[in-house]
Design a binder for this molecule. Structure first.
Ligand code: CA
Length: 228
């Protein structure tokens, strides 16, 4: 499951930029344009983290922070406050209200994503996974688990490394020799035919829960993972 982040921010330019960048990093997002909507979204589905604008219409960010922290079921919900305010007093107040971190606008997206990862790593270490997504295939490089269309796919260690290798360059065609070098290592003697055997096993495993053949065989050239 992708970590779910609520972006509570009334400036569309900021919220869309955050949504775009977070989704590119493998997070699922929902945008709330005011405080009421943020509270509603939190009720609907508890997020893994909230990016909370201080100056929100209807219910302010600081009030949402206070309400979230007063509830035992949400007490550990990570909150990063976003604000244009730069005064030290406000910063202290935000942290006193229970925000886990604080980012002042204008911020760089890279910095904000680094803060999101840092907060999640500290508070929800299980969520910070190194993921690769190719089409309907998701590869978790932390736990070495693979899903396709949400279904768990069982792979042996060689098939896992093979898939991981393909997934780093979707659509690129690899020859058997390139796969041998990249997956088995150039100092190991393995016959080229071994590659065919493992590609065959990988393909079968990826199709075990249904779905099209995700690995293309390119005659006399090699194999590639379809991009989507
Ligand atoms: Ca605002």
């Amino acid at each position: 499951m992708k970590p779910f982040i609520i972006i509570a921010e009334d400036e569309p330019a900021v919220s869309e930029l955050l949504r775009y960048n977070l989704e590119a990093q493998g997070y699922e997002t929902a945008i709330a344009r005011d405080g009421d909507e943020a509270l509603l979204l939190i009720e609907e589905r508890t997020p893994d983290l909230i990016l909370l604008d201080w100056m929100l219409p209807r219910v302010s960010g600081i009030e949402i922070c206070r309400r979230v922290r007063s509830r035992t079921d949400l007490a550990n919900l990570p909150i990063i406050m976003l604000t244009a305010k730069t005064e030290e007093a406000d910063r202290v107040r935000g942290l006193e209200m229970g925000a886990d971190d604080y980012v002042t606008k204008p911020f760089s997206t890279n910095e904000l994503i680094a803060r999101v990862k840092a907060v999640l790593r500290r508070i929800r270490p299980a969520l910070v996974h190194d993921m690769i997504h190719v089409g309907d295939i998701s590869i978790d490089r932390t736990t070495h688990s693979v899903t396709r269309n949400g279904q768990h796919i069982h792979l042996g260690p060689t098939e896992f490394r093979l898939l991981e290798y393909f997934a780093q360059h979707p659509k690129r065609v690899f020859s058997r020799e390139q796969l041998l070098d990249g997956v088995w290592g150039s100092d190991v003697y393995v016959e080229a035919r071994t590659v065919d055997v493992h590609v065959g096993r990988l393909r079968k495993a990826l199709m075990s829960e249904g779905g099209d053949n995700p690995i293309r065989t390119v005659r006399s050239a090699g194999y590639s993972l379809r991009g989507s």
